[in-house]
Design a protein around this ligand. Structure first.
Ligand SMILES: *[C@@H]1O[C@H](CO)[C@@H](O)[C@H](O)[C@H]1NC(C)=O
Ligand SMILES: *[C@@H]1O[C@H](CO)[C@@H](O)[C@H](O)[C@H]1NC(C)=O
Ligand SMILES: *[C@@H]1O[C@H](CO)[C@@H](O)[C@H](O)[C@H]1NC(C)=O
Ligand SMILES: *[C@@H]1O[C@H](CO)[C@@H](O)[C@H](O)[C@H]1NC(C)=O
Ligand SMILES: *[C@@H]1O[C@H](CO)[C@@H](O)[C@H](O)[C@H]1NC(C)=O
Length: 354
């Protein structure tokens, strides 16, 4: 057993390869091994307080180094603890940040190497560049790329919320040249979505080559992507090998039959129409029984859902569309306004709310 002081560990940042105490394994990137060694430190099953995991600084560091391969909730899940953990306190944060209410990149490096130094047979990463990358992954989520200095509340938000579906990073990568394309982009969704929009999107894929706005499921998918855009929806429906992927502006205008189907023949579409159509589309969902993209054989099943946890989910996306079309007061949208929204909202750079 041995332990370095944190200060000594910081000095070792560039010289760790010369340190005889460090166990090197023959496989796997050193960054992964160093990350896993935090579990052999105090973030281990016998030592952690399962009802307050983020009170353990090694567990906080472990959450950082496993991200974004894993989300922070991976840590409580790994130990069979509730994912509903108490929020990281400022005092625990300050143990890592060197007493400050923001954490600099250097403070994180020091905290990381300091933690490894306290772990018997802990593995250092080969390079501090690995640790800097880990920090940059969190800074991208919190939107602190320009300073790489993360305030306490942003960091605590990352631990608390980044695992939730539909909660998206501020930017996908601090290095803009490595930012993900539209096909991989995170789609923001309220928690009431409950995976329903992804199911509508999956059903739309069976018919999308016939025109995004010519099919009931694809029109509903375009609506539930209101917090994102229809261009991102198209990028996520089409495999990248397809040439000439359409854009929302190039898609044929909304089918009047689909519009009338949702309105049950009325000349305007109401919030209740959309709620009925959305829930209807999740009842007896379609799957492909084979065939390549664009030539699938859709088959209706008796599977239902997942439904939103509340119709407020539908009201929310409908109100975004109502704001864009200028119908906040009634939420009753005429055909031509809805058709304009579908073709042009994605590129309009206009994001009003009701
Ligand atoms: C768990 O952490 C505690 C506190 O750091 C340590 O004393 C103990 O040796 C660790 N146990 C294991 C199995 O790593
Ligand atoms: C958090 O950890 C510290 C240090 O290990 C301990 O003194 C404190 O009681 C813990 N706080 C809670 C709320 O468990
Ligand atoms: C550290 O590694 C050495 C050499 O492999 C081994 O003998 C020792 O038991 C290890 N110590 C711990 C605490 O795992
Ligand atoms: C709307 O379309 C769905 C799916 O194609 C169909 O089952 C339903 O009968 C249609 N409803 C109306 C009112 O046309
Ligand atoms: C939310 O989704 C889960 C799993 O997909 C499902 O079991 C649950 O019934 C859904 N909630 C509602 C209200 O349908």
């Amino acid at each position: 057993m041995f332990a370095f002081s944190a200060a000594l560990a910081a000095l070792l940042v560039s010289t760790v390869t010369a340190t005889p105490h460090i166990i090197r394994q023959s496989t796997g990137p050193s960054a992964t091994r160093s990350c896993l060694s935090l579990r052999d430190g105090s973030c281990n099953a016998t030592n952690i307080d399962k009802s307050n995991i983020w009170n353990n600084t090694d567990c906080v560091l472990y959450a950082v180094c496993t991200y974004p391969t894993e989300n922070p909730s991976y840590v409580p899940i790994e130990y069979g603890a509730s994912t509903n953990q108490p929020r990281l306190t400022e005092s625990t944060f300050k143990i890592l940040s060197g007493g400050k209410d923001t954490m600099t990149q250097q403070a994180f490096i020091d905290a990381y190497y300091g933690a490894i130094s306290n772990i018997p047979n802990g593995t250092y990463p080969d390079s501090s560049a690995d640790v800097i990358q880990e920090w940059a992954n969190v800074a991208a989520w919190t939107g602190d790329c320009s300073t790489m200095e993360i305030p306490y509340s942003n960091f605590a938000d990352w631990l608390e919320y980044s695992s939730n579906a539909g909660v998206c990073p501020a930017v996908s990568n601090c290095d803009a040249s490595k930012a993900v394309g539209p096909a991989e982009q995170c789609v923001p969704q309220p928690s009431t979505d409950n995976g329903s929009c992804a199911e509508i999107k999956n059903q739309c894929q069976l018919w999308v080559t016939g025109g995004l706005f010519q099919n009931l499921y694809c029109v509903l998918a375009s609506m539930c992507y209101a917090e994102s855009t229809t261009d991102i929806l198209i990028a996520q429906e089409y495999p990248s090998y397809v040439s000439n992927i359409p854009t929302s502006a190039s898609e044929a205008r909304l089918s009047y039959d689909v519009f009338s189907n949702i309105t049950k023949g009325a000349s305007t579409m109401s919030e209740q129409n959309v709620i009925d159509a959305y829930y209807g589309a999740l009842t007896g969902t379609w799957i492909s029984t084979g065939g390549p993209f664009g030539a699938e054989s859709p088959e209706k099943t008796s599977n239902n859902g997942p439904y939103p946890t509340s119709t407020a989910y539908v009201s929310n996306f409908w109100s975004i569309i109502a704001a864009w079309t200028g119908y906040c007061d009634t939420k009753e949208i005429p055909y031509s306004n809805l058709a304009d929204y579908l073709n042009h909202a994605a590129t309009s750079n206009y994001h009003p709310t009701c």
